[in-house]
Design a protein. Structure first.
Length: 491
């Protein structure tokens, strides 16, 4: 841990780094995040296995609304990154007071955003399954599952914000450990609600919400009270200590000291009031990502609509194959998170050459890791699908889809990690446009053409072509683009 912080200080202090030191730092930051990402995937694996053994309809009901829950989660993460990237830049510039100012305002903005998303989800939950092409047999469970997930949206938002802030400060260990803990809690709660209380699909949603609640509380504690750089309550005395002095505890409400304390509290609360400059920068960074998540999520919904007429087996196989595939790309997202932190701090420190070097090494590492994962996914596709479902038809269709997708994993890695680099630099508009153009122009167009003739296989062929093309254009921008010319402005 100390060695990692020492290497991070090289960036902030402008000290030169060898290639081996750069690789070591990327790996040190990536490993905790990769472990957390993989554990999250294992959690979804076990979730699906639990729901899958409830029957074909139960699996399809969760799979039907899955793309919409990802859309809601993506919109929440865009807000979080809009603020946390600013924090990374300020930490790189060693302006910790400005970083804490952004953190305070982000808590208020994220709370209001999560509240709005939850209300929207609750309003549309009954009609959503029918909008997605679901049948009467799976609509009630799908609707209830989605509503409970939306009710837990606030916990998801705050857990994501706190984790993103800690990671941008260079602390990957705590968020990763807590995310692993959340996976264990999720499985435990799911077992209790699904099997012990016989709540079925509803129990799966409640288990996830409870796990997110506990994790969000602990993540906020480590951010606000324990973080060296961002702990805005770190130096605050406990209420028990203050009240141990009886003369203070019994002080009259109208005394000068009491008025001074109330004035101090009022001034502290004003620090949480969103300011124009911080919100404007968060909007500049987060809005393109929010639009990307909105349109990408909408594209996933459209993809679900394309798959839905293929039948319940196709819906279930498609959803489960996506979950299995996440085992392959989660290491890429772990490396991308490390790249966001490193690039963000290097940009803040004004080290453009170091920024490019860290970016290229991160992308190369991501491609290497995900290529190996793609080979493993191709070989063990039937066994992975069989773990999730006992239905032979679902296993066969899902395994075929995974083997098609395995060939796209290297370029998928390039787009994932390169996007993490661009986010760290605060460059989100053009990458968002690139992703949307590929998703809507290639994947959905081809899927609509191929699905009627080739079924689920055609949908996944379209997906593989899309991811390969997307990776190529992201690599071209990484090499030739001007993404690393962002500078931190004085707060």
């Amino acid at each position: 841990m100390k060695e990692k912080q020492d290497l991070l200080s090289y960036i902030r202090d402008g000290r030169p780094m060898t290639r081996n030191e750069k690789i070591k730092l990327i790996v040190q930051l990536s490993i905790p995040s990769i472990l957390a990402q993989i554990s999250a995937t294992v959690m979804f694996f076990i979730d699906y296995a639990m729901v899958g053994h409830l029957g074909e309809n139960a699996t399809a009901s969760v799979g039907l609304v899955e793309s919409t829950t990802w859309l809601m989660g993506g919109l929440g993460s865009a807000v979080n990154l809009g603020f946390s990237v600013q924090v990374a830049h300020y930490i790189g510039a060693k302006d910790f007071e400005a970083a804490q100012r952004v953190l305070r305002q982000s808590l208020v903005c994220a709370f209001l955003w999560a509240l709005m998303l939850s209300l929207i989800g609750i309003i549309i939950h009954q009609q959503l399954p029918f909008w997605l092409g679901g049948s009467d047999a799976i609509a009630p469970d799908a609707s209830m599952y989605f509503m409970i997930i939306c009710l837990g949206g606030f916990f998801f938002q705050m857990e994501g914000l706190a984790g993103s802030m800690l990671k941008c400060s260079g602390n990957m260990r705590i968020p990763s450990a807590l995310n692993i803990m959340m996976c264990v809690l999720d499985v435990t709660f799911n077992y209790f609600f699904i099997y012990q209380l016989n709540m079925g699909v509803k129990g799966a949603a409640m288990g996830t919400a409870m796990a997110e609640l506990i994790t969000a509380a602990m993540m906020l504690y480590f951010l606000l009270w324990r973080s060296d750089m961002l702990g805005i309550f770190r130096g605050v005395r406990s209420m028990k200590t203050r009240r141990s002095n009886n003369s203070q505890f019994l002080r009259p409400f109208g005394s000068k000291r009491a008025k001074l304390e109330r004035s101090t509290l009022s001034s502290q609360l004003k620090l949480f009031r969103p300011s124009y400059d911080v919100v404007k920068m968060a909007f500049k960074i987060g809005a393109p990502m929010g639009l990307q998540h909105l349109l990408m999520g909408s594209a996933q919904v459209v993809s679900t609509i394309i798959v839905a007429p293929l039948g319940t087996v196709a819906i279930a196989a498609n959803s489960m194959a996506i979950t299995v595939e996440s085992l392959c790309y989660m290491p890429g997202f772990g490396i991308a998170e490390a790249a966001t932190t490193l690039v963000g701090q290097a940009i803040g420190a004004g080290q453009r050459l170091l920024t490019r070097s860290l970016a290229f090494i991160s992308v190369g590492l991501g491609i290497s890791v995900m290529s190996v994962m793609g080979v493993l996914m191709f070989v063990f596709a039937p066994e992975l699908m069989a773990f999730l479902s006992p239905v032979d038809a679902i296993v066969q269709e899902g395994a075929q889809a995974l083997r098609i997708e395995a060939f796209a994993e290297p370029m998928f890695a390039a787009s994932i990690v390169a996007n993490g680099v661009f986010i760290g630099a605060g460059d989100t508009l053009k990458p968002a446009f690139m992703s949307l153009s590929s998703m809507w122009g290639i994947r959905l167009s081809l899927a609509a053409l191929l699905a009627p003739r080739y079924g689920l296989k055609g949908v996944w062929i379209a997906m593989a072509i899309d991811l390969t093309c997307r990776g190529i254009i992201f690599l071209l921008r990484l090499v030739k683009g001007n993404w690393n010319k962002q500078l931190v402005k004085d707060s």
